[in-house]
Write a new protein. Structure first.
Length: 235
């Protein structure tokens, strides 16, 4: 590998351009293991040599100077990270969260939390809270959307699906998301009292448990305001 501080091999540079990374300065804005995760998601067949190359670029060292022990340590560090996949476009995130919000607003009785599941750019499951309507505490928006998506694709594994939900999921829903192996969870607003993602339990930060799901959020507090307005009207 060239020792020039600005040098990125062509085979790597051509792939990094998929993420808007065209030079070393742009590359160094992200952790090397994160960039490798993006590459692995976009190009599943790439080897760990890409990871080693990235490590060398970040540390300005020659690939030939890496020992076997170095490579073992780098791989170990990579495997300690929680999942991350190729970045989603912000307009796509906004679209599906707004779609989930619109689904929730159509339900006039229960708490307006909406969820949609997307696979290959298509919505395959929707849900909104039906706890009060059905007298069933498990009928949260996320659970209903997961069940609908599983029926749609005839599989309990949703590993290539993204779940968009307007408000941070609770512990029960977090467990269902883990079990279904959803690829990405994107949530709109935090739920300070019962949220199990970033507010209370932080379930998905445990990489001994979470091998599949990336967390994106909170995205926008407006979804919390929708919930607050609903609760004020009920009082």
């Amino acid at each position: 590998m060239n020792s020039n501080n600005n040098f990125i091999p062509y085979y790597l540079r051509s792939k990094l351009s998929e993420f808007g990374i065209n030079n070393k300065q742009q590359l160094l804005k992200h952790d090397y293991w994160l960039v490798f995760q993006w590459l692995k998601d976009k190009f599943p067949s790439i080897s760990f040599n890409y990871l080693f190359d990235l490590f060398c670029i970040y540390n300005a060292i020659e690939f030939s100077n890496l020992t076997v022990q170095d490579k073992v340590k780098i791989k170990h560090e990579y495997k300690r990270q929680t999942p991350h996949y190729a970045p989603l476009k912000s307009e796509s995130i906004d679209y599906y969260l707004d779609y989930a919000s619109n689904v929730a607003q159509q339900n006039g009785t229960d708490i307006p939390i909406g969820a949609v599941i997307v696979k290959d750019g298509q919505i395959i499951g929707c849900g909104t809270n039906n706890v009060i309507t059905t007298n069933n505490i498990t009928h949260h928006a996320e659970i209903i959307a997961i069940n609908a998506a599983a029926q749609k694709i005839s599989s309990h594994r949703l590993d290539n699906c993204d779940l968009y939900v307007t408000v941070e999921p609770c512990l029960m829903c977090a467990g269902a998301i883990l079990q279904s192996r959803i690829k990405r969870l994107i949530f709109g607003a935090v739920e300070p009292k019962t949220g199990a993602i970033s507010s209370q339990y932080k379930v998905f930060t445990n990489n001994n448990v979470n091998k599949h799901t990336e967390i994106i959020g909170p995205i926008n507090t407006k979804y919390a305001q929708d919930l607050k307005n609903f609760l004020q009207r009920k009082r």
